[in-house]
Design a protein around this ligand. Structure first.
Ligand SMILES: [Zn+2]
Length: 443
């Protein structure tokens, strides 16, 4: 008989859309999560689950809280070492901070070190699934897939393709990009927990033959995702009609080449038109909202209410180099704060925050049937949070009156020091104090 584990802990999850259902947040004070074969076999009140499965070995985490693993829907692995480049605009930051570092990924040893640290950082912050911008270099992108595969994370990534506008060493012909992408798809797509995403950097850096090549890849392989950027800064958007004079708006560029729809995640969308929002919703294209990056680069305040009213799926991305770090809880807090100061902001209560960093992300990346909440049948991807005894969070949690208040405090105060264990499909991918690098080498 397969051994089963019963985790006993207060837990939270949002099995349904928290923007449509006021009761979306499920809180269990004395919760039980039964894990069998890497999946949630049962979830609910501990006593009830215990009665149904009396033989299960109990893991007692009543001193903390359990959430579904976080889903980061937009993050750039080569930008790990350039966090903190404050005070620039998007196009200036790209030229002087981001792209020089992206060019260093030509060095495979440097890229491999970056990839290993990147994957370790995701896990240490509770991120179990990430849609990741790879590198402009094939070997560096392969290094990311290998690091993610060894660590056991769900990573969806791809070669970043561009043939203009950046630096010459980051440009590649559509023919070479097709060859390298095809090879990476063969090596990594649907291998274990890895998936491939066709990744044109953004419209400015991709010629029409390059975008056409991206559409060809999608037609030739099943189950690929697409990730790119859209409507991030006003100055960027002003360049689009010069390069694509036929396009009615930014989204129309991607639409023409079949790069939108379910399984496509477009980052930012700070300045959409009403028509674009309608078409995003109708086509089930999702948006990765990156509030720290939008603020740090001065790109503006995300019109969340317009997206939600139009029916567009929005999830959260850290963006890393343009943002402020890997923490999805912190990113959720930043989204909350930005909405507080937005002219037409939405109240991001704990239910909506939980939804945005878990379930919405799962839907955005096309894994909504597999992950995102604790309903029976889902993979057991989870984060165990227990703050250090001497932390502000521990003080706050000692006096809160409800589980919902606890969750608000966790979003406000929990950093990686509070992330004690992270599981993917029931298997630990991070334990506090254990460097992931050691486990990578051991396997
Ligand atoms: Zn980005």
């Amino acid at each position: 008989m397969t051994p089963v584990e019963l985790i006993r802990a207060p837990f939270f999850h949002t099995p349904v859309n928290a923007f449509r259902d006021d009761l979306a947040l499920v809180c269990q004070e004395d919760g039980g999560l039964l894990i069998r074969d890497g999946r949630i076999a049962e979830s609910g009140d501990f006593a009830a689950v215990r009665q149904a499965f009396p033989g299960a070995a109990v893991t007692d985490w009543r001193d903390g809280f359990v959430l579904p693993g976080f889903v980061d829907t937009h993050v750039h692995f080569p930008q790990l070492r350039i966090l903190g480049g404050l005070g620039r605009t998007l196009l200036d930051w790209l030229e002087h901070v981001a792209l020089p570092e992206e060019a260093r990924m030509a060095d495979v040893a440097y890229a491999t070190g970056t990839a290993n640290r990147f994957v370790g950082s995701l896990a240490a912050h509770g991120t179990t699934t990430a849609l990741v911008f790879g590198s402009h270099f094939s070997a560096a992108t392969a290094a990311l897939f290998e690091a993610a595969g060894a660590a056991g994370l769900r990573v969806i990534s791809g070669l970043v393709v561009s043939d203009r506008y950046l630096r010459p060493e980051l440009h590649q012909s559509p023919r070479d990009a097709y060859r390298d992408s095809t090879e990476l798809i063969r090596r990594f797509h649907r291998h274990g927990r890895l998936l491939y995403a066709v990744t044109p950097r953004f419209a400015l850096s991709a010629s029409e033959p390059m975008l056409e090549m991206c559409g060809t890849l999608l037609a030739e392989h099943e189950g690929l995702r697409v990730q790119t950027h859209i409507n991030e800064s006003v100055a960027e958007i002003a360049e689009v009609p010069k390069l694509f004079p036929w396009a009615a708006d930014y989204l129309a560029v991607y639409e023409r080449y079949g790069l939108t729809g379910a399984g496509t995640v477009l980052a930012h969308d700070v300045h959409p038109t009403d028509s674009e929002l309608e078409r995003l919703a109708a086509g089930r294209t999702s948006i990765a909202h990156c509030p720290s990056s939008n603020a740090a680069l001065g790109n503006g305040i995300f019109p969340l209410r317009r997206h939600v009213d139009a029916g567009v799926t929005c999830a959260i991305g850290t963006d890393v180099g343009g943002g402020t770090g890997f923490g999805m809880l912190k990113e959720g807090l930043q989204a909350h704060l930005m909405q507080r100061v937005a002219a037409d902001g939405m109240n991001l209560d704990p239910a909506r925050l939980c939804y945005l960093v878990t379930r919405a992300g799962a839907d955005a990346v096309g894994l909504g049937d597999e992950i995102g909440d604790f309903r029976p049948g889902k993979a057991a991807d989870l984060v165990y949070i227990r703050p250090p005894a001497d932390s502000s969070l521990a003080e706050v949690l000692s006096r809160v009156q409800s589980l919902e208040e606890s969750l608000a405090a966790i979003f406000t105060l929990a950093g990686p020091e509070s992330v004690r264990e992270v599981r993917v499909a029931g298997q630990p991918v991070h334990r506090a104090g254990e460097p992931i690098q050691g486990r990578l080498l051991a396997r």
